[in-house]
Design a protein around this ligand. Structure first.
Ligand code: MN
Length: 132
């Protein structure tokens, strides 16, 4: 299923970053990483990506700012953008979606579910091609 797909993970917590990239790579995905929102945006501008996973609480630019910035861009907005965060309140979930995220995955990450959760946000490449 991975088909050489590149996923960017923006996360400032080293343990979480390592867990997410380990799981994605175990399933055949190529990962690119960034440790704050500014670096995350730089990577998006530089790399060709199939999906972006983004923490909310990040140094320099938080996840909300990253989402607003990416979703303002007519090309970059097409890349699926998924928040990974511990959200206790229903209001936080609404705020995440309102900022432009396509969805969210709850922390703590569940290793046995994580890749399947991510894949639910990946655009099926054959579908995307047939729409052209
Ligand atoms: Mn964080």
């Amino acid at each position: 299923m991975a088909q050489n797909r590149r996923i960017l993970v923006i996360e400032d917590n080293p343990q979480n970053l390592e867990l997410m990239t380990y799981l994605l790579e175990a399933f055949g995905y190529t990962t690119v990483t960034a440790v704050d929102g500014e670096e995350g945006i730089e990577v998006v501008l530089r790399e060709k990506l199939d999906l972006i996973i983004c923490d909310i609480h990040l140094p320099k630019k938080d996840g909300y700012e990253v989402a607003r910035e990416l979703k303002r861009d007519p090309v970059l907005r097409r890349i699926p953008l998924v928040a990974v965060t511990a959200l206790a309140m229903v209001g936080d979930r609404e705020k995440v979606l309102k900022a432009g995220f396509n969805g969210y995955i709850d922390k703590p990450i569940q290793p046995e579910l994580f890749v399947r959760q991510v894949e639910s946000f990946l655009v099926n490449r054959t579908d995307a091609e047939s729409r052209l």
